[in-house]
Design a protein around this ligand. Structure first.
Ligand SMILES: *[C@@H]1O[C@H](CO)[C@@H](O)[C@H](O)[C@H]1NC(C)=O
Ligand SMILES: *[C@@H]1O[C@H](CO)[C@@H](O)[C@H](O)[C@H]1NC(C)=O
Ligand SMILES: *[C@@H]1O[C@H](CO)[C@@H](O)[C@H](O)[C@H]1NC(C)=O
Ligand SMILES: *[C@@H]1O[C@H](CO)[C@@H](O)[C@H](O)[C@H]1NC(C)=O
Ligand SMILES: *[C@@H]1O[C@H](CO)[C@@H](O)[C@H](O)[C@H]1NC(C)=O
Length: 335
């Protein structure tokens, strides 16, 4: 074949493939922009993510505030947790190859979960009444003002290479923009996690109820302030109670209590307790079903999950961070 023909053939093949786009999502989903409209100009964001949430929040007070006299931080994490199943091969391609996925631990915690799937952990949370007691007998002090956060995380990851200790690998997280100026939060950058300054709807609550519906929603969006008007990430969730789902409390306790990190060197350990007054009795966890839409670097663009299961709950926590991940081998240093 003469070289011109080879060039033409190459051009033809390139054009035919470049027009063969992947199929769009086949099911109708609610898009965050249908509900919340286009993003506001970045200049309005610090105002909208309001600093005084503690005064507006309907979350119950932190029941541990008076119990820890050793300056440790305690608080509550009210929000929605869900499992977002993805192909195990996709998880493998996202999680750095030096870290093994502890598939036998996944099977131990989720015996009915498909072997070719991986359970990402979705969290949309409102951190409330975060305080510490500086001296025994003294009044608990607010350590960090209330803030919201949203993330899609990778539990059961072997960060230490010991083929046994399960960690959550957390590559990126959206956090209330004002929170990112607080040392206790900027410390989180030590874990290697990419923190997106974000605003949330609702801005001072764990979730809000849609009018005339059982659904509650949360929406966090982040803008890259260096590129004015450009979104850098957003996470939207919409859930309602719908009977009982496939995951047990034991599983939720397990994944939320795996220490987290992105770099495997420094780790965030927040021990969550599900047995205090804010997550039992009237406030016991509620199983929910719904959808999550996310535009994150981790997934290289938008991803939508429908018909996923989770819980609404408000565990209390005791924070021990930041720690060397190594000290958590076999969870040696647990509270
Ligand atoms: C702060 O948030 C509350 C609750 O969402 C709202 O009522 C109040 O108007 C907000 N304040 C500002 C200054 O945005
Ligand atoms: C969690 O937040 C929701 C929404 O703001 C609120 O209705 C609920 O009472 C809170 N739960 C607790 C235990 O504070
Ligand atoms: C890791 O642990 C699992 C389950 O305990 C075991 O089946 C597997 O052989 C171990 N892998 C290595 C490389 O030791
Ligand atoms: C989670 O479950 C795995 C597998 O059963 C176990 O090895 C690990 O210690 C558990 N982690 C927590 C924090 O409960
Ligand atoms: C609550 O749970 C924690 C850890 O799971 C346990 O150490 C503590 O004793 C429990 N407290 C009560 C009052 O049951």
């Amino acid at each position: 074949m003469p070289p011109q023909h080879i060039l033409l053939l190459a051009l033809f093949l390139y054009l035919s493939f470049s027009f063969a786009k992947p199929l769009e999502q086949p099911f109708p989903v609610t898009r965050p922009e249908d509900v919340y409209g286009p993003p506001p100009p970045p200049s309005l964001w610090p105002v909208r993510s309001n600093k005084s949430c503690t005064a507006y929040s309907k979350s119950q007070p932190n029941p541990l505030a008076k119990q820890y006299f050793d300056r440790r931080i305690t608080g509550t994490i009210n929000g929605t947790l869900a499992v977002l199943p993805i192909p195990l091969s996709l998880a493998r391609s996202i999680i750095p190859s030096k870290y093994t996925i502890l598939t036998s631990a996944i099977q131990a915690e989720l015996p009915d979960f498909p072997l070719d799937k991986y359970p990402c952990l979705f969290q949309a949370s409102y951190y409330h009444d975060i305080s510490s007691v500086l001296n025994p007998g003294s009044v608990p002090q607010t350590a960090v003002p209330d803030f919201s956060s949203a993330s899609i995380e990778f539990p059961f990851v072997d960060l230490l290479g010991d083929n046994s200790t399960s960690f959550r690998w957390v590559p990126e997280i959206l956090k209330t923009i004002t929170a990112s100026k607080i040392p206790a939060i900027t410390e989180a950058r030590e874990f290697g996690t990419d923190i997106h300054d974000a605003v949330f709807e609702p801005n001072c609550e764990a979730y809000h109820r849609e009018p005339d519906s059982d659904y509650t929603t949360t929406f966090g969006r982040s803008v890259d302030l260096r590129v004015v008007g450009h979104m850098s990430a957003d996470v939207y969730s919409r859930f309602k109670p719908l009977g009982s789902g496939p995951y047990h409390m034991r599983f939720w306790k397990n994944v939320t209590n795996q220490p987290s990190s992105a770099n495997g060197r420094r780790c965030d350990e927040m021990v969550r307790l599900f047995n205090t007054s804010v997550s039992t009795g009237h406030y016991q966890p509620v199983e929910v079903n719904g959808q999550v839409n996310a535009r994150l670097k981790t997934f290289k663009g938008e991803k939508v999950w429908e018909d996923v299961w989770g819980i609404r709950t408000d565990p209390s926590f005791v924070g021990n961070n930041p720690l060397d991940c190594e000290s958590l081998r076999g969870y040696g240093a647990r509270t």
